[in-house]
Write a protein that binds this ligand. Structure first.
Ligand SMILES: C[S@@+](CC[C@H](N)C(=O)[O-])C[C@H]1O[C@@H](n2cnc3c(N)ncnc32)[C@H](O)[C@@H]1O
Length: 275
């Protein structure tokens, strides 16, 4: 199992993602491959469009998104007028948030013989754009330049919002997050796919993380919301816990006021006190 709390493991996942995503058909939608803008722009767009239709967001002004990766969810929140700060502890994110993916993707294409066997040429284009982009049908004619335009983040780097590189499990990290906000105030702390869930026996890690989130957020009036993967029946994400399972776990451990929301837009308060 991948321990997302281990920085080294996590950074390795990012690097592995590049090889798997463009090297093996069908693998690009699996969890390790989901750290590229070309994959995640659609998930983030769908997820945040559904989220922002949920009750509560209208009053939210400042949000810390913890475990935000490159911060695309934070970007969607920012586009809705919310001051959203992405927070992550990864060195890879610290070193690459303002760097284009193009050289990295081209180098991976050049280096991987599987790509050549599948029709790539070194330094060239994608063999089947429909494998990479959910909004294109197979065989749709699209030029190399247009593919690259869809693959790469429009702003040139990976995100437009500088991430706060901080470990939420330390008070130093939590203070760094607080200091990013004007007046050190925020309304909501959101975790994004940090709780894991690939192993039903793993409760200590998620609960530690949730406790850190509580100690960052302070007053109970500040919303705590966890985005989790969509469904235990989804064999691609291979989740062990449903939304309800997460609710029961959190409520049983004193985190009943936390909200949980999946990528499909279903949500619940852990203690079910609010329907
Ligand atoms: C499964 S990834 C999700 C990344 C991103 N939110 C996304 O959806 O693509 C979990 C993220 O949480 C970060 N993370 C784990 N523990 C953390 C902690 N204690 N403080 C800050 N970030 C943490 C990891 O570095 C990783 O980027």
């Amino acid at each position: 199992m991948v321990d997302w709390n281990q920085q080294a493991t996590f950074d390795a996942q990012y690097r592995e993602a590049i090889r798997r995503k463009i090297g093996l058909r069908g693998y690009h939608r699996r969890a390790p491959a989901h750290y590229h803008w070309c994959e995640q722009q659609f998930r983030c767009d769908q997820m945040m469009t559904r989220q922002l239709a949920q009750p509560g967001w209208a009053s939210v002004q400042q949000v810390a998104v913890i475990g935000a990766g490159f911060g695309w969810t934070a970007e969607f929140l920012a586009a809705a007028g919310i001051e959203a700060i992405p927070v992550d502890l990864s060195d890879y994110i610290a070193n690459n948030w303002n760097v284009s993916e193009e050289a990295e993707l081209r180098a991976a294409m050049d280096a991987d013989p599987v790509l050549l066997a599948d029709g790539y040429g070194p330094g060239n284009n994608f063999f089947d754009v429909a494998d990479c982009f959910w909004d294109l049908s197979t065989g749709q004619a699209i030029s190399g330049a247009a593919v690259w335009a869809k693959v790469l983040h429009p702003a040139g780097g990976r995100t437009t919002i500088p991430p706060e590189i901080a470990d939420l499990s330390t008070s130093q990290g939590r203070n760094a997050v607080k200091n990013r906000f004007t007046g050190k105030k925020f309304d909501a702390v959101v975790s994004e796919l940090v709780l894991g869930g690939h192993d039903i026996g793993d409760t200590a890690g998620p609960l530690d993380f949730v406790a850190s989130m509580d100690s960052l957020a302070g007053p109970p009036s500040i919303t705590r919301l966890h985005f989790v993967e969509q469904d235990v029946t989804d064999t691609e994400t291979q989740n062990a816990r449903s939304l309800n399972d997460w609710g029961l776990l959190l409520a049983a451990n004193g985190f009943g006021t936390h909200y949980l929301s999946d990528t499909q837009g279903n949500w619940l308060r852990a203690d079910q006190a609010v329907a």
